[in-house]
Design a protein around this ligand. Structure first.
Ligand code: GLU
Length: 405
């Protein structure tokens, strides 16, 4: 498996060859400000003690407090967290919000823990890191396998340790615990706004056939929004299965089926396919919404989508980027395409600090112009520099970070 941090640094090398940002900025962005590794002892339900490995990487805070989610996954390790933290710094810059980049994680399969164990583990992560966190220092949020409920436990633990009560240290909290309206669907929705802003520029029809890889918070919400706007979702997948129906899937029924059987497999009227087949389906738009490194030099040549929207972080390797560029398949990069999530996180932080509560309408009215502006500026930067969108977004981000640094 390619190392995500090495991939991120290859991207940084590429952009520094396209445009001169000065050696100092590039050198500083080759390393996080700090990377913290912790061990978290957890008393398991059977009375034994288990030690888990955890992380917080604070990459860059030129634009504001370190910001970024916490990932719970059995394969999460420091290089992944470093790459994700680097991308967060650029993502906040592209979205033009006053936040830096950070990321956290725990190497764990949360499905194997009881609720009590999960809560003790989450509180344990905060106990080890309370010194470095804070509304003006480092503000975590959910990521893969972390939920609003986990954010509420963490925020509560942080408040108990430090006395801080604004709630602004963690975003993505449940609404009744200081969360923002619109934060749940924000990443999928923001992805749709970005797509909609760039649709004609990337040559896509008014009604697209869409394939979505991943059916977690991001993928499922994106599917819903695309379908709501008249696009046809022809295939979706989760970690275990993938289904395809050329005429379009009825998402409500798909969700009910997944709920009832805990899988997408054998959805009536659809064909079971493999994850590889899903990625290679002919369609207008392919949206990877799961993990890193799903489109690599191994399968890039076989991609038949007319365009790709990266709702996941890092789903395409640098080698695959080149292949797709040569094939003329535009890729709307992660640091733009999935920036709606952190943008609404920033709104949540602002509401908490000002003791305000915004309506869903207000939140969405603030999100849309930011996404439009980020999309069009990325497009312009790519055009001006005769490069692809990822490099356009990198140029936009590095210019903004450099200005502040
Ligand atoms: N984990 C999300 C991301 O990768 C959201 C981060 C946040 O809201 O701070 O963008």
């Amino acid at each position: 498996m390619p190392n995500p941090f090495e991939n991120a640094m290859v991207q940084l090398d590429k952009v520094s060859k396209l445009k001169d940002f000065g050696d100092e900025l590039i050198a500083r962005l080759r390393q996080p400000d700090r990377d913290i590794r912790i061990s978290i002892p957890v008393k398991m339900d059977d009375g034994t003690l288990k030690i888990f490995e955890g992380y917080r990487v604070e990459y860059n805070n030129a634009l504001g407090p370190y910001k970024g989610g916490i990932r719970y996954h059995p394969e999460t390790e420091i290089n992944e967290v470093k790459a994700l933290a680097f991308w967060m710094a650029l993502k906040c810059a592209v979205a033009n919000i006053p936040m830096g980049g950070g990321k956290g994680g725990i190497t764990v399969d949360p499905k194997l823990l009881s609720k009590g164990e999960l809560e003790r583990l989450s509180r344990g992560w905060v106990q080890k890191l309370s010194d470095v966190l804070g509304p003006h220092k480092d503000v975590p949020a959910p990521d893969v396998n972390t939920t609003p409920e986990i954010m509420a436990w963490m925020d509560n633990e942080y408040g108990k340790i430090t006395g801080e009560k604004t709630g602004a240290t963690f975003t993505g909290k449940p609404i009744e615990k200081g969360g923002s309206q619109g934060r749940g669907p924000a990443t999928g929705l923001g992805g749709f706004y970005v797509f909609d802003s760039l649709r004609t520029q990337i040559g896509l029809p008014e009604k697209c056939k869409v394939v979505i890889q991943g059916f977690g918070n991001v993928g499922a919400n994106a599917a819903r929004v695309f379908a709501l706007h008249g696009h046809k979702i022809i295939a979706v997948s989760d970690s275990k299965s993938a289904i395809y129906k050329e005429e379009g899937l009825d998402l409500e029924k798909v969700e009910a089926h997944k709920k009832a059987t805990s899988s997408l497999k054998d959805f009536p009227g659809a064909k079971n396919i493999t994850n590889e087949e899903l990625l290679e389906l002919p369609c207008d738009l392919l949206a990877p919404a799961a993990f890193e490194n799903v489109i690599t030099e191994q399968n890039a040549e076989k991609i038949k989508a007319k365009a790709i929207l990266e709702l996941a972080n890092g789903p395409i390797t640098p080698e695959a980027d080149e292949i797709l560029f040569k094939k003329g398949i535009p890729v709307v990069p992660d640091i733009l395409a999935n920036s709606g999530g952190v943008t609404v996180s920033y709104f949540e932080w602002e509401q908490n600090l000002k003791s305000e509560i915004w309506t869903e309408k207000e939140v969405l009215e603030k999100l849309l112009p930011l996404m439009n502006d980020a999309s069009q500026k990325t497009f312009q930067k790519a055009k001006e520099n005769n490069t692809y969108f990822r490099m356009g977004a990198f140029i936009l981000a590095l210019e903004r970070i450099k200005e502040k640094m």
